[in-house]
Write a protein that binds this ligand. Structure first.
Ligand code: ADP
Length: 280
């Protein structure tokens, strides 16, 4: 049962009724108080959703917010790599009555991360579970993590409209979602399904980030389009969503990511702060 006053989705669920608390079915975190929960979603894999989650978390922390990240991609987690914490382990604290508490790994700039890859014994141990088990574990990671006080919790969701996306959107007190896409007709068509799904569930969609929208010509600094001649604005218009911003393909970012230094790179590169400036 949730408390409406502190619920991150109180604006979305119309919690004005007197008996809101008794009728609330949202899953709430047990340890901590989270002001805003943002789902980061994409129609297809590989468009940069996890990268954008990491970039957003870093820019929010740079602004002085208290930030956490829940890596909800249980079978393909990548947040620990972004933050270069893949050799660390989250603490699993046994409590009374068979309860546990997960203590997240904290990054250099103070972002709290929980991910399946921080809970398994080693990073490359696969999770071979069916949908209902995965969904149960994700709920446990959300509920039992020691988040403390957070301004923003970003949830890096697996791509598409599957089980996990449905569970998170229906059961977690999401404030809003951000969609990550690449400016391609095929991708936009699949994203549209996600948009319709979120609208049916009644989740607010803040807008779309068009990732890998261009490369910067190294000689003349001109923006060269890669996937489509259409602009990011045209793709956002097709989706009927505001365009939050567009990001170039940036090999320096990929390299920083592979060296576990993406957090530093994003903090030092004003382009990323500018893209999300004014959003939060
Ligand atoms: P998704 O979460 O959508 O599956 P990822 O964030 O894992 O996608 O990104 C897929 C790959 O593309 C990663 O190797 C990542 O480093 C790279 N990538 C994502 N966005 C960019 C970008 N703007 N510039 C360069 N490489 C990127």
């Amino acid at each position: 049962m949730g408390s409406c006053e502190t619920c991150p989705s109180k604006d979305a669920c119309g919690s004005k009724s007197d008996n809101c608390e008794s009728s609330c079915s949202k899953t709430m975190p047990r340890y901590g108080n989270i002001k805003n929960i943002i789902g980061v979603i994409s129609g297809k894999g590989g468009v940069g959703k996890s990268t954008i989650t990491g970039v957003m978390a870093t820019t929010l922390a740079k602004k002085g917010y208290k930030v956490g990240v829940l890596d909800a991609d249980i079978t393909g987690p990548s947040m620990p790599r972004f933050f270069g914490i893949n050799d660390k382990r989250a603490m699993i604290m046994p409590l009374e009555n068979d309860m546990v508490r997960f203590d997240p790994v904290v990054t250099e700039s103070g972002i709290k991360i929980i991910s399946m890859n921080l809970l398994t014994a080693v990073e490359d141990e696969p999770v071979i579970w069916r949908g209902p088990v995965i969904t149960g574990v994700l709920k446990q990671m959300f509920v039992e993590t020691n988040w403390g006080e957070l301004d923003y919790l970003l949830i890096d969701m697996p791509p598409g409209t599957g089980d996990i996306a449905l569970t998170v959107m229906q059961e977690f007190p999401i404030s809003e979602v951000i969609i990550v896409s690449t400016p391609q007709d095929m991708v936009s068509m699949i994203v549209k399904k996600l948009v319709i799904m979120a609208q049916k569930i009644g989740i607010k969609i803040r807008g779309v980030v068009e990732n890998m929208a261009y490369i910067n010509c190294p000689d003349c600094d001109k923006k060269i389009k890669v996937f489509s001649n259409k602009s990011s604005e045209e793709h956002a218009e097709y989706l009927g969503l505001p365009l939050i911003g567009e990001l170039p393909i940036n090999i320096e970012l990929t390299e920083a990511l592979e060296q576990g230094k993406a957090e530093d790179y994003v903090r030092e590169n004003d382009l990323y702060s500018l893209i999300f400036e004014g959003l939060y």
